[in-house]
Design a protein around this ligand. Structure first.
Ligand SMILES: *Cc1c(COP(=O)(O)O)cnc(C)c1O
Length: 434
């Protein structure tokens, strides 16, 4: 599927029009190719692991909608479930049985998470979980890791900061200093620095929020003992541990990273996969805690489209596929084959890369040292990534258009597709050196 001499006139025209009507021509920033330059590929349709653009070019897809498409695009079981649901009406503003069915499936996969509340996006889930943690502890400070992303809520739109421990300053205009003043920053994988912060502020900390496997600075894995270490710190200081598994939930394992690493957070956010490609997310916790949410309790949170019947149908169909024996083993096999193949191809071409992989996520950094945190991630060669990205696009492989996004494998990526990808990469690595 080499798209050599790829024609992109229709994407170019679509992008010109879109830029007049929407900031950057997109509905979410990374789609605009700012990190790699050039014109974004406008998608006409997708099936399995293949994207077709508006000019008729095909690509093996490793964006996976940034996480949700774990069973592949237009999966026939998901489409059948959606078709059945759509004829029955698309939103009622009244409860449906499907909500409890999906809630039961999610909660049963997450030990200790007895109840959940559905929302429409990961941002909403984290924002609401944070409100709950603050209400339950009567404390206001929140600890966050530099380089972790938790959606675009004001209070967590903070990641910059050079010192080991910094009081939060906003990194978007429009976010008031007063809102981020209660956000405390630590380095990912830095247990000692985090312990020092807890020593100083422990009795004011409502919760520590973390991506247990970081997927928004590229893919960065937790060091051995790190997650247990922060679990112990939170317990010791009476703070809650909030696992933001919006990306990793039902992605790195059935349930998520908390199951894979055997750590029990106090609150969990899930999203992406649980909506099967429709807008859906949730926050979950023990019943006694979740009962504090309105209307059972005083912590207010609501949503016109929350628990939407189409999202419930797509989410349930997706989880039913993932629940079948062998699904996660096959995802793991494919993504480790991909990571191994990329490492070999890079080595053969003499291009230094650092590869991280877990479950169906792969992170490849153009770096000559291991990547354990944000500082390591941002030290990688983004210009080399941009050249590699465009070469891959020309060879019919659509990676996420940023060095700092994870690569997502789905059940529709078979061994052959992985091997085709590795062959394309072998050629693309040569253009990196130019
Ligand atoms: C994607 C993501 C979010 C935000 O979810 P949206 O649905 O984009 O609002 C939050 N946390 C993590 C870890 C994510 O990967």
């Amino acid at each position: 599927m080499a798209n050599n001499a790829r024609i992109t006139v229709n994407s170019t025209a679509a992008f010109l029009k879109a830029q007049k009507l929407m900031p950057g021509g997109v509905s979410s920033p990374v789609r605009a190719f700012k990190g790699v330059g050039g014109t974004p590929v406008f998608i006409k349709e997708a099936e399995g692991c293949l994207l077709t653009d508006v000019d008729g070019n095909q690509y093996i897809d490793y964006i996976g909608s940034y996480g949700p498409m774990i069973v592949g695009h237009a999966n026939e079981r998901v489409v059948a479930a959606l078709s059945k649901a759509i004829g029955r009406g698309t939103s009622f503003g009244a409860p449906t049985e499907a909500e409890a069915t999906l809630a039961e499936k999610i909660c049963s996969a997450l030990p200790g998470m007895e109840m959940l509340r559905f929302v429409n996006s990961g941002t909403e889930a984290v924002m609401s979980a944070l409100r709950l943690a603050r209400a339950a502890t009567g404390r206001e400070k929140v600890v966050k890791c530099i380089g972790c992303y938790h959606g675009h809520l004001d209070s967590l739109l903070v990641s910059a900061g050079s010192g080991a421990l910094t009081l939060g300053t906003p990194n978007s205009p429009g976010v008031p200093q007063s809102v981020t003043a209660n956000t405390l920053l630590v380095h990912y994988n830095d247990l000692e620095g985090t312990a020092r912060l807890f020593e100083q502020y422990g009795d004011q900390i409502a919760c520590m929020v973390i991506e247990p496997v970081a997927g928004n600075m590229g893919l960065v894995l937790p060091a051995a003992g790190y997650l247990q270490g922060i679990r112990d710190l939170c317990t010791k200081h009476g703070a809650m541990l909030l696992f933001d598994e919006v990306m990793t939930g039902f992605r790195v394992a059935w349930g998520g990273a908390q199951v894979r690493f055997g750590i029990r957070p106090d609150l969990t956010c899930v999203g992406k996969v649980i909506g099967g490609g429709l807008p859906c997310a949730a926050y979950a916790g023990p019943a006694a805690l979740m009962e504090k949410i309105s209307p059972s309790g005083p912590v207010y949170q609501a949503g016109t489209l929350s628990g939407n019947p189409l999202a419930m149908a797509a989410g349930l169909a997706t989880l039913e596929i993932l629940e079948e024996p062998g699904a996660y083993e096959s995802l793991e096999e494919c993504s480790s084959r991909l990571a191994g193949g990329l490492a070999e191809a890079a080595a053969a071409a003499g291009v230094p890369v650092a590869l991280n992989q877990i479950g169906s996520m792969v992170g490849m950094f153009f770096s000559n040292k291991p990547v354990l945190n944000y500082a390591d991630a941002t030290a990688s060669d983004t210009a080399a990534f941009a050249r590699f990205f465009h070469a891959m696009l020309d060879h019919g492989v659509h990676l996420p258009p940023s060095q700092f996004e994870a690569v997502f494998v789905s059940l529709a990526h078979g061994e052959d597709v992985i091997d085709t990808t590795i062959k394309a990469a072998s050629r693309a690595f040569d253009s990196v050196k130019l």
